[in-house]
Design a protein around this ligand. Structure first.
Ligand code: NDP
Length: 450
């Protein structure tokens, strides 16, 4: 039976690669998931007749569209917009929009697949999707961003809705972009359908603690993992990559828990501050002035700035939290971290560690918190935002944060228990894949061949 299911998974992977040979990021995800989930397939041989894997890795719908917009010089610009509606097996499609020049179908299919499993782990009734554009908001004026968002939504609106597909933010899509997108949606629909987008401003249906949710949630998850290993986070040295939404609030919660965060980065380089990162300064540079992280050293004399972001992993630390982007921590970086005595790695970004880096870390017994279980806090509070929108009642920060803590505890427990149940004790990545896939597969099987 094992050989049979392994052969089935192998064939599905070969077909995926043959069908879209250029979609490397998607192949990586498919490979990572397929190598973990064999035990679920063995427990359910009926899934093979269901062609469950073939369906799982084929998006239910993929939308690609033109986004024309006018820049400040009055010139027409044309970008490409995407929405990958991956799975609605357990709820409406849910997942962020990414605006970044690197956005393509491969990256979005990888992110959408991760989202399906992550959302299943959240314990909330949400399916998975992802979207975005190769538009780069960096260096654009507010007016340009607004006109782009309006044009983007003028096409996207017909494919989304509170019970259909609920986009949110991701890289390059923060509160400003969500505001413009929501404004245009409302204008076109002529109705106040607050639950169509999450990450909204607090004055128009947003949830308290959504901004903090992914970073805070990551630390709640990592703390459970450390507690189980009898490691106290207090006093530990932490390195965080990125200085965007996830990184900022990961730093904040790590500091609140008594850890010392000594470095963070952006796509140009990283800062090392031996006295501990001054988060108020990072927030001022990144959230208020939308500047570059190198400006940090102007105000902190002992801090050092180094060009190139990969070097951030050469800094000695107990806990490494990659919170910037995919594939930012590779095997070479993992080796340096291990040599420097790292005890735990927690993924805040989506798939920031390469597969060989993860493999190495796990072999060296470094505690590893995988993104799809550890960064589930963001989408979970998005789902709580939808709940508040349906109730037409806003909750307090404390209420949302308490629920977030429970969600992260459950996400940790599900990944840990599934790893134990299926004979890969301690492997939270395999556990997360197994638990998430088992839930989605059961729902797909129950709903027939659709
Ligand atoms: P932001 O756009 O707020 O921040 C991204 C950060 O990463 C910025 O500091 C950016 O630097 C840096 N960065 C971007 N590309 C690179 C690169 N190629 N190399 C090094 N650094 C880079 O995004 P988020 O914080 O929202 O998202 C970060 C990650 O977390 C993404 O993988 C996202 O998918 C994931 N995630 C986000 C969630 C959320 O709630 N926001 C939820 C779950 C996952 P610069 O300022 O120079 O652009």
């Amino acid at each position: 039976m094992t050989a049979d299911m392994k052969a089935y998974a192998k064939k599905v992977l070969a077909d995926i690669i043959a069908k879209d040979p250029d979609q490397k990021e998607f192949h990586n995800t498919a490979k990572e998931v397929l190598t973990s989930i064999i035990p679920v397939l063995e427990a359910h041989p009926e899934y093979k007749d269901d062609k469950l894997l073939e369906r799982f890795f084929e998006p239910e719908r993929t939308i690609i569209f033109r986004v024309p917009w006018t820049d400040d010089k009055g010139e027409l610009q044309v970008n490409r917009g995407f929405r990958v509606q991956m799975s609605s097996a357990i709820g409406p499609y849910k997942g962020g929009l990414r605006f970044h020049p690197s956005v393509n179908l491969s990256i979005l299919k990888f992110l959408a697949t991760e989202q399906v499993l992550k959302n299943a782990l959240s314990g909330l009734p949400i399916g998975g999707g992802k979207g975005g554009s190769d538009f780069d908001p960096k260096g654009k004026s507010d007016g340009e961003v607004m006109r782009f968002c309006q044009s983007f939504m003028t096409e996207l609106y017909r494919h989304i809705g509170a019970d259909i597909d609920v986009p949110a933010g991701d890289i390059g899509v923060g509160g400003r972009e969500i505001g413009y997108l929501f404004g245009q949606y409302k204008r076109i629909r002529d109705a106040y359908e607050a639950g169509v987008l999450t990450g909204k401003g607090l004055t128009f249906g947003g949830s308290l603690a959504r901004t903090e949710a992914t970073g805070y949630g990551l630390l709640y998850f990592v703390k459970h993992m450390l507690d189980d290993a009898k490691i106290n986070i207090k006093g530990k040295t932490v390195v965080v990559s990125g200085s965007g939404n996830v990184a900022t609030y990961a730093i904040e919660k790590a500091q609140q828990m008594g850890a010392k965060v000594v470095a963070c980065s952006d796509s140009n380089g990283y800062v090392y501050d031996p006295d501990g990162i001054d988060l108020a300064l990072v927030k001022d540079i990144k959230e208020v002035r939308r500047g570059r992280i190198k400006e940090y050293i102007k105000k902190r004399k002992k801090a050092k700035y180094t060009e190139g972001c990969k070097g951030v992993w050469t800094i000695k630390c107990d806990i490494a939290l990659p919170c910037a982007t995919q594939n930012e921590l590779d095997l070479e970086s993992a080796k340096i971290l291990v040599k420097n005595g790292v005890k735990a790695v927690g993924e805040g970004a989506n798939m920031p560690c390469t597969l060989d880096a993860i493999d190495f870390l796990q072999k060296k017994k470094v505690l590893f918190a995988p993104a799809k279980a550890a960064n589930v806090g963001g989408v979970s509070v998005s789902a709580l935002e939808m709940t508040q929108n349906s109730e037409r009642l806003p909750w307090t920060f404390e209420e949302v944060d308490e629920r977030l803590k429970v969600i992260m505890a459950n996400s940790y427990k599900k990944a840990k228990d599934a790893a134990e149940q299926y004979g890969v004790k301690g492997n939270l990545l395999a556990g997360a894949n197994l638990a998430g896939f088992a839930k989605v597969a059961e729902a797909m099987h129950a709903q027939g061949w659709v």
